[in-house]
Design a protein around this ligand. Sequence first.
Ligand code: HEC
Ligand code: HEC
Ligand code: HEC
Ligand code: HEC
Length: 345
Amino acid sequence: MKPDFLKKTFAFAGATALAVLLAGCEVPPQESTQNGPAGTGMAQVKSPEREAAKLASVQIPEPQPEADAGGQKASEVYQNVKVLGHLSEGQFIRVMAAVTEWIYPEQGCAGCHNLENLAEDSVYTKVVARRMFQMTQTINSKWTAHVGGTGVTCYTCHRGAPVPANIWFKSPEPDNPPYMGVRNGQNAPVRTVAYSTLPNEPFSALLMQKGQIRVQGPTAIPPRGDRMESGVPIQDAEATYGLMIHMSEGLGVNCTFCHNSRAFGSWAESPPQRVSAWHGIQMVRDLNTTYLDPLQPVYPPNRLGEAGDAPKAYCSTCHAGVNKPLHGAAMFKDYKIELSPPKAN
Ligand code: HEC
Ligand code: HEC
Ligand code: HEC
Ligand code: HEC
């Protein structure tokens, strides 16, 4: 063979190998924004290309035309209204049109109604939706420490679909192979914990029950005595780490968005976003225990998880990979009356 031909073959093979190697990399430049004191390495690194794609993927529906606030109340006009009776007839129909666009753009009113009789509760989705109205009212009134004035609408989670893209279920009873001892949900990598070997479902303990997230001891070496007496078990630290990975992924940020990594536990050194996140954790626990999990008997079996439980929310249900859901778009301001609780009279 001619050496020239060999050279070309090698060059081609080399170029192909390089292309394969670099295929997983993101195209520079990356943008880095500092969000902590200089020298602390507190910065968020983002790819402008990916951010632009995320922004383009969110299409906010136009608000429905203003409704007449006068006239009769929905409770006087209709037969079976238990949550929205305080609205005027016009506001009531306006919010029906909005939820149809936000959740059932294809099915229309039939997504929740038997069209022969709108007052009937025979379609399970209507029963779920009534509870969802109450949940959304609660988020917008009780949890302003988290959602601020921006608030949420059904669209924040649903985005044109009956089932939000990001939901979680309890993991079924852990299968503990005899040779591995207690597996604790580990070594079964799933997306929620970024395919790490962390326990794959820290959410039942930390985003439903009021489990202990704080795990750091006050001293470098635990005091003498039983490890379990002096501190928290390593399994708790693993669950905390699993949750933190979800929070970072769910918001599309680094750990340093909320922490100075030289002292994860220190509130004094943390950016204010960590306080928002703390309120977010309390809110999600409330949504899951008060509204979402108890809907279990209402759903058909195909909507339930492997453990037979109802679908639940976590950070990415609203955030979808962005630090402010829908990139901060404020839809609630156009539905303040319809999606706030009735004023206490
Ligand atoms: C996402 C679910 C959902 C969709 C879609 C929906 N509705 Fe409703 N609808 C409800 C719920 C929930 C109630 C009961 C509200 C309450 O109890 O306060 C209701 C009640 C009603 C009532 C009152 C019936 C009565 O006499 O009690 C009317 C009228 C109505 N809807 C019209 C519509 C129309 C028209 C559409 C389509 C443009 C629509 N709805 C789409 C959930 C929905
Ligand atoms: C915090 C996020 C969140 C918000 C806000 C929210 N939902 Fe939901 N919704 C969920 C989750 C989670 C489910 C469970 C998904 C499933 O049914 O599998 C759900 C389910 C539903 C379903 C049942 C769909 C099905 O096919 O099983 C309806 C109907 C619904 N929501 C209506 C509403 C309405 C109406 C609003 C606003 C008033 C609303 N939701 C606001 C999270 C949310
Ligand atoms: C969106 C904000 C946010 C992000 C991102 C975040 N955390 Fe946290 N982290 C918190 C909050 C809030 C707490 C405290 C929860 C509590 O006190 O109940 C916490 C607690 C912790 C703790 C326990 C501290 C103690 O007192 O024992 C550790 C460790 C931790 N985070 C590590 C991480 C790591 C590692 C990452 C990145 C993978 C991360 N966090 C990402 C908000 C965040
Ligand atoms: C029901 C929807 C919803 C859920 C669920 C939710 N958030 Fe949020 N979050 C919001 C909204 C809306 C804002 C924007 C508030 C504003 O504009 O002031 C926000 C803002 C934040 C911010 C401030 C971001 C910034 O740039 O300043 C942090 C941090 C945050 N959320 C963390 C979390 C964490 C962590 C979780 C899960 C434990 C969570 N959120 C769950 C709706 C939600």
